[in-house]
Write a protein that binds this ligand. Sequence first.
Ligand code: ADP
Ligand code: MG
Length: 365
Amino acid sequence: MPVHGLDTRRDDGESGRATASRMKGLHLTKVSHAYDGVVAVDGVDLQVAPGEIVCLLGPSGCGKSTVLRLAAGLEDLQRGSITIDEAAVSDADSGAQVPPEARGVGLMFQDYALFPHLTVQENIAFGLTADKAEKRRIVAGALAEVDLSDVAERYPHTLSGGQQQRIALLRAVVPQPRVMLLDEPFSGLDQYMRQQVRQETLRVLKSAQAATLMVTHDPEEALYLADRVVVMQAGRVVQDSAPLELYQNPQSPFVARLFGPANEFHANAQNGAVVTPLGQFTTDLEGEVLVIVRASDIEVHDAPQPGSTQHAVRSARPLGAVSELILEGANGPIEVQSDIQQLPASGSTVHALVDAQRVFVYLKP
Ligand code: ADP
Ligand code: MG
């Protein structure tokens, strides 16, 4: 079988050995997929190194699950190629298509699909090929690691959602797959459980050292779990960045809008500056621009600050860690999420201050 997908963009003249080691893990090259002629995935390039966790982030319907199913071999590849540890597992040109069970991938999907007629320990042992004693040792060790030894003999329907999630995760990782593929692994859990379980999931995935590709539509979850976040929009990759880089330097309005409420101002940039209802900011762009300032990137003060703007308070409501303030702006309301200790009265005056680093300016398309 030919080894396709050599990533020439990354061939930057380093030794052949370094290049080869970069080909370990999961590589998708120019992958496209259509359902009945309707394009769902459009020219996706994606690399996941061994030990790395990459989150595929985007709204419902943008093609995330299709990418994952292609990597798993659950869909035949129509265009492009996919390699795992340098071996082609899908190649549209040659028609090569390694079946899912022969790819060395661990799968975990939304509905954990534990086998209902098998106990917890039988579920976890399912994909193991070791002898009986060795299986028992591996399963016991895995259960102890997530503090679930006491449910080994139980059946899945007697477990909480969070417990089922962890068992499904263990079932996927104990065979030590080279690649782990997870599709919205927390979607069946409530907000509180999600936060508990994701810490543990991160620990288990990091110790498994597989190349992990995880689908999520939750931006916060992606930032928390990922070494790298790949954002998809309408079948294409629109940004591929480390989590903080994605948050601090969104390369498009689409990405800037992912992380909580944001204020948007249409403005005209001239001579290196743009004027907005939140003040004047520098920019390299010229002409019609869209300025985005997240609600959480605005501070409010009682007294004027250098560079602050003055606003009447329309409303102030607590949310918990932060409070939501709606301020009167020159062209309409401005939303703020601030950790102020005292809520200002409606109609009172406050001074808003924006960190210039957190003002995102985009040319209008
Ligand atoms: P996501 O996981 O990001 O929600 P999907 O990969 O599931 O997105 O779907 C991408 C697009 O492909 C959507 O428009 C969806 O309706 C369509 N699609 C997904 N699976 C099928 C299928 N089996 N048959 C037809 N269309 C599909
Ligand atoms: Mg999906």
